[in-house]
Design a protein around this ligand. Structure first.
Ligand code: ADP
Ligand code: MG
Length: 657
């Protein structure tokens, strides 16, 4: 579909043209001259009796200048801006018209397509036109697969009409709704796309229910030994979710389960219980984390927990030396490695699992259906598929989850471990930095540990690390009696590891870090966090970062350092952070503040890889989508496959049920 439209349907008299208007105008050349004041430019003044307009060209050929002679009539399209004497258009599109009547204006809005190198607007418009001609001539059909009683109401067009409308909207079309993506023709298509997506996820789900998996019952004794060694009891919520997972795992078809739990709710031990079910069965479990740092931490945790039970935990990262990597791969392939922890490197082609029965995917907020599918296929062996457990701290509203994760069952850990004290949060202007450093010194003197976070200031990893280095240097000077560590994404794994373990041991008192520590990092003794440039971060990210403190029973605090003046949204975000520590509440406010499209990054990162719909903007359609899906399944099953094929292509795996 076009990404936007231009209105070339009406000719605007020069006298009523305003600065900022983009319009079609026509006039007779009254003056054409090449001037050399400042930049060499060609100025062409046209008039139509009601007013004048100057066309200004900085790039032009001699032939072009020659051709623009006094008395010629020009039709131009461009944006008018205020000029020295008259309004101006810079580099407008223009053509000579012999006589106005013979050159009518367009009768539809002009579509502007997302073009690409070598495939420009003219070509795209031409191709779209040819396709519409085929449709009009009934040479191709675009059958409507929606159940008859869906999207009733005269405003919703039939599919073919919607498509034609969006490629050639009439002059009077509501351009505001078109620009917002909420025109009924767009909603008609968005609805159909969401329906196709939803049905395809349901198909996938049916397919996994028919796949076979190792039933992993009988892990109890091992799990009991693990739990007995933990310094705490599971919360009721952890226990309930662990039971839900346990029931899934005991079934002979693959579990597909999403666990949502706020930061610090204790998802890792729940994952460990699932891992033990696989190990008890003599099978392998893979644990995947989004960052090296979090994967390392998981490796250390799992190794610490499971090695005493005689379980081999193996670390597999992209950063291993060639020899270490070879050893790790061999252990994974022959089954010596029972639990394998790593980043995406886990699922590269050369990694062969001996008997993979469970995949745990931690903190992948945007782990879309395509990745889930790829994993499922990767893990298949001897006709068995691995169970999948996906864990996330980013809560999503129910209807969205039911659409984006229609192939998953959901569990929620809705309780924090006992004794947690909400993190006291304050916002402070950058100008009070000295006071913040003083408070920090006092906290360190009390034996507390702290994070100082230097988030993204420029869209550059190098600059971000630089900022962290500078801050660490300044703080080292200001706090000479304390040991200060530095952690950023450009350090070698071994260096990072050394700093992280020193911080865990308490040998490093203050850790200056970039946002590499955003997800998952768990050092319970750290109870103070200072976040610089907090005004630039989104709510979800601030919440994740703050989740690094308040993980023990000590009272924790978080200082949001900001540089004013604050925008309205930034102020609302900082207020939300001060007022609540509840991840679900934060998610709600985040949705309200960020609005359509941004929250899940559905467009950009493809949680669902939608072409037209936006599950946030089109949220109101979602309950209808689910109802239409039920109708399709019970009354029009034969329409499901062609509908899915239309929107998701022939990617055989969607059809293979
Ligand atoms: P998240 O859900 O954010 O991944 P973690 O699994 O990292 O949380 O757990 C956060 C901290 O809480 C860890 O230090 C963990 O050992 C601890 N923890 C987990 N469950 C409990 C519990 N039931 N009681 C007390 N502490 C717990
Ligand atoms: Mg975690």
């Amino acid at each position: 579909l076009p990404s936007r439209y231009e209105d070339r349907t009406r000719m605007v008299p020069l006298g009523s043209l305003r600065a900022g208007d983009t319009a079609v105008v026509e006039g007779t050349i009254e003056l054409a001259e090449t001037v050399y004041r400042g930049r060499r430019s060609l100025l062409v003044r046209i008039g139509d009796g009601s007013g004048w307009l100057t066309l200004r060209f900085f790039h032009f050929s001699a032939a072009q200048a020659q051709a623009l002679k006094r008395g010629l009539r020009l039709r131009c399209y461009g944006e008018a801006r205020a000029g020295a004497a008259t309004l101006e258009m810079i580099h407008p599109e223009y053509r000579v018209v012999a006589d106005t009547a013979a050159a009518p204006t367009d009768d539809t809005l002009t579509p502007v397509y997302p073009a690409t190198e070598g495939l420009g607007q003219r070509k795209l418009r031409n191709l779209a036109g040819q396709a519409l001609d085929l449709l009009a001539g009934k040479r191709v059909a675009l059958p409507d697969w929606l159940p008859p009683d869906t999207l009733t109401g005269a405003e919703y067009p039939q599919l073919a009409d919607a498509v034609r409308y969006l490629h050639e909207p009439p002059a009077e079309a509501d351009r505001e709704r078109l620009a917002a993506g909420t025109h009924p023709a767009q909603r008609r298509l968005a609805f159909e796309e969401l329906l196709a997506q939803h049905l395809s996820l349901r198909q996938l789900r049916l397919a996994s229910d028919r796949h076979r998996a190792w039933p992993l019952a009988g892990g109890r004794p091992l799990q009991q030994r693990f739990l007995a060694a933990l310094p705490f009891e599971l919360t009721a919520a952890q226990q309930r979710v662990a039971d839900e997972i346990g029931r899934d795992l005991a079934a002979p078809h693959p579990m597909m389960r999403l666990v949502q739990g706020d930061v610090g709710s204790g998802k890792t031990v729940v994952a460990a219980l699932a891992v033990l079910a696989a190990v008890a069965h003599g099978a392998q479990a893979a644990v995947m984390a989004p960052t090296e740092l979090l994967a390392e931490q998981h490796f250390h945790n799992f190794d610490r927990w499971l090695a005493p039970l005689g379980i081999n935990v193996t670390w597999l990262s992209g950063a291993l030396t060639a020899a270490a990597r070879r050893d790790a791969l061999a252990a994974v392939a022959d089954g010596d490695a029972a639990v394998i922890v790593g980043t995406h490197a886990l699922f590269q082609a050369e990694v062969e699992f001996a008997r993979l029965a469970l995949i745990v995917i931690d903190e992948q907020h945007r782990f879309g259906v395509h990745q889930r599918l790829a994993l499922r296929e990767k893990g298949e062996r001897d006709g068995r598929h691995p169970h999948q457990l996906i864990m996330t701290a980013t809560p999503i509203p129910r209807t969205l989850a039911q659409t984006a994760y229609a192939d998953l069952d959901t569990s929620v850990i809705d309780e924090l471990p006992p004794g947690r004290v909400p993190v006291a949060t304050v916002a402070m202007a950058e100008s009070r930095r000295d006071q913040v450093v003083e408070n920090l010194a006092r906290a360190l003197a009390e034996g507390r540990q702290a994070y100082w976070v230097c988030p993204l200031i420029e869209e550059s990893d190098v600059l971000q690390c630089q900022a962290a280095e500078d801050t660490a240097a300044r703080l080292t000077e200001a706090l000479p009696e304390w040991r200060i560590g530095l952690l950023h994404g450009r350090m070698k794994t071994a260096e990072r590891d050394a700093v992280m373990s020193a911080f865990k041991r308490g040998d490093v008192h203050l850790l200056v870090a970039t946002t590499v520590i955003e997800v998952g990092v768990d050092v319970p003794n750290a109870s103070l966090m200072i976040i610089e440039n907090a005004e630039r971060l989104g709510l979800a990210q601030l919440h994740q970062l703050r989740g690094r403190v308040g993980r023990g029973s000590a009272e924790s605090s978080c200082v949001l350092l900001y540089r004013g003046p604050l925008s309205k949204t930034a102020r609302a975000r900082l207020t939300a952070m001060r007022e609540t520590t509840d991840g679900f509440e934060i998610a709600r406010r985040d949705l309200a503040l960020r609005g359509p499209g941004e929250m899940l990054g559905t467009r950009q990162t493809g949680l669902l890889q939608l072409k037209i719909a936006d599950i946030v903007r089109d949220e109101a359609l979602l309950p209808w989508v689910q109802r239409a899906a039920e109708t399709m399944i019970s009354h029009y099953p034969e329409r499901i496959a062609p509908l899915i094929r239309r929107w998701l292509g022939d990617a055989g795996r969607y059809g293979r049920v």
